[in-house]
Design a protein around this ligand. Sequence first.
Ligand code: ZN
Length: 138
Amino acid sequence: MKSYRKELWFDTKNRRELINITSEVQNCLRESGVKEGLLLVNAMHITSSVFINDDESGLHHDFEVWLEKLAPEKPYSQYEHNGFEDNADAHLKRTIMGREVVIAITEGKLDFGPWEQIFYGEFDGKRRKRVLVKIIGE
Ligand code: ZN
C-alpha cells in the first residue's frame, strides 16, 4: 500500500474567503501515484473548513449571508469565547461547514459527481494556515 502526506498553505487577504483547491488536490493525487484508494483533506485549524460544493459565485455569496445569520461576526461581545480573541464566530462557522472531506480515488482520478469541487473555507484569515492532504491506496 502507498501512503502520501502533504500540507497546503494559505494566506488570505480577508477574514473570510472560500478558495477552490481542487486542482492543488489533483496535483497531490498525481504526485502520490495512487490509482485506487482514498484521499482525505482536512483543515489543520479550528477556524477554517474543508468542504465540497459547487464553484458558483451566487452560492458562495449565499454561504456568507447564511453563515452570518447563524453566527454573526459582530458584536464581538455577544460571545463568551471572545475574551482574548475575536474569533468565536469563526469557530462556529467552521463547525457548520465541516473539518474534512474524504474522496474515492478510481483509476487515478478523484471519483466526483458532475459539479463537485473542493473548497478551503477561511473564517479567521489574514494569516498563514494549512490543510492536510493524506492519500492511501495502491
Ligand atoms: Zn478562538
